[in-house]
Design a protein around this ligand. Structure first.
Ligand code: PEP
Length: 240
């Protein structure tokens, strides 16, 4: 069975005051892996606060280790701070920064080279879903942006479900995750990598989402910012 992971993506939220929320998350009992990805500015302090009770990750990195790339941060730099994971290819990076599958692949490979785990995001837009293209879009993104490495994590995040309060039906989540599992089994020896669902996961829908076959956890945005919101999601995954 793949590892179960409750991952939080804090996006561009949080100053040092938010470390009290991380302390609450770290104090939560978990029978699963828990990962929190704060902004770059909080990675070092978060590692200190977490004290190895939860894992800390970044939300992006550059493809290169160092060099003339003003404002960018490399995988080696966040690894040096104690990060274990890096989210790459989040839909907000793909749309806000024009990241292509090729760029996401290069970032994922940089994360692996630095000795960390890439959490690679894929997912269709509403227009693509309504055109019946969901599986084709997701399969193309996986083929183009996921290295053939048994340590990677994939997060299926329908773009239209992120931060909107909308979620696919349980059958729609199952359909994509089953297709993803078949694809990664063919791509990656063993194929036993965690497949996370992301998009408006909250305490009230976590249990039914985690009951779906081939869902091995969640990537959570808004509901990971407060310990009181994230803790029930961690509990639901632990009980699944
Ligand atoms: C995300 O940021 O990856 C995400 C899924 O956000 P939310 O849970 O707020 O929809």
């Amino acid at each position: 069975m793949p590892r179960k992971i409750a991952a939080g993506n804090w996006k561009m939220n949080g100053t040092r005051a938010a470390l009290t929320q991380l302390e609450g998350i770290a104090a939560t009992h978990a029978d699963c892996d828990v990962l929190v990805c704060p902004p770059f500015t909080l990675i070092g302090p978060a590692v200190d606060t977490a004290q190895n009770r939860v894992m800390i990750g970044a939300q992006d990195c550059h493809t290169q280790t160092n060099g003339a790339h003003t404002g960018d941060v490399s995988a080696a730099m966040v690894k040096d701070l104690g990060a274990s994971h890096v989210i790459v290819g989040h839909s907000e990076r793909r749309s806000d920064h024009g990241e292509t599958n090729e760029m996401v692949m290069a970032k994922a490979q940089a994360v692996l080279t630095a000795g960390m785990v890439p959490v690679i995001c894929v997912g269709e837009t509403l227009t693509e879903r309504e055109a019946g293209e969901t599986l084709a879009v997701v399969e193309t993104q996986v083929a183009g942006s996921v290295p053939h490495d048994a340590t990677v994590v994939i997060a299926y995040e329908p773009v239209w479900a992120i931060g909107t309060g909308l979620t696919p039906t349980i059958d729609q989540i199952a359909q994509v995750h089953d297709a993803l599992r078949a694809q990664v089994i063919a791509m990656i020896p063993g194929g036993d990598i965690p497949l996370l669902y992301g998009g408006s996961v909250k305490a009230t829908n976590a249990t039914e989402i985690f009951a779906v076959g081939n869902v091995n956890g969640a990537l959570v945005g808004g509901a990971s910012l407060k310990a009181d919101d994230f803790a029930p999601i961690i509990a639901a995954l632990s009980a699944s």
